[in-house]
Write a protein that binds this ligand. Structure first.
Ligand code: ZN
Length: 182
């Protein structure tokens, strides 16, 4: 019996400690989910079938317990778990849409992250993987319609657009350090 009581008590304690989402976070999450819902049919039309499990996560800890660098806007696992950094995305919905499309593309393409990284894969990986995700995200955003600025973000990640590419970025590509979605 004690075997069960301790974990139950622990989980109750943890639940009590976790702060409930603020109204702003709840509203942001709803917008992110709406992006997923509006983009999914475009993925399906291209014959990609997958599920997505979204979360807002300011820390985006890696499997070793390190917080993701502040310029990472989101990441994804091949299994469909997508984490989005609220401080970067909740107030810029066009960028959020672009990042959601990019992360969904990683899931659709079943990109596998760094070896041995455990639950959450990191897309520090080779630029070709990022380019491939961007190309699919671009196609999907065009098909799905919606905010044109999201398409422009992705086009800039792909081709550059002047001296100051908008955030995403993949500092990995050797551009200037800018926020990235991995
Ligand atoms: Zn990526």
């Amino acid at each position: 019996m004690v075997r069960y009581v301790v974990p139950i008590l622990l989980s109750l304690l943890l639940a009590a400690c976790a702060a409930p989402p603020t109204r702003e976070e709840t509203a942001c999450m709803a917008r992110m989910q709406a992006h997923v819902s509006s983009l999914m049919p475009a993925f399906q039309a291209l014959d990609y079938r997958f599920d997505v499990n979204l979360s807002l996560d300011e820390n985006m800890y890696d499997p070793r317990g390190f917080r993701s660098s502040g310029n990472v806007l989101g990441d994804a696992t091949a299994g469909g778990r997508i984490r989005l950094r609220p401080s970067a995305l909740c107030r810029n919905d066009a960028l959020a849409r672009a990042v959601v499309a990019h992360e969904m593309s990683h899931v659709a393409l079943r990109h596998v992250g760094m070896q041995g990284s455990g639950v959450v894969l990191s897309w520090e990986g080779p630029p070709p993987v990022e380019m491939e995700a961007d190309r699919l995200a671009y196609k999907v955003l065009q098909k799905a319609g919606g905010d044109r600025r999201a398409i422009i973000y992705v086009r800039c990640w792909l081709d550059g657009c002047g001296e100051t590419p908008p955030p995403r970025g993949l500092s990995k590509r050797g551009r200037q350090p800018s926020p990235s979605n991995q």
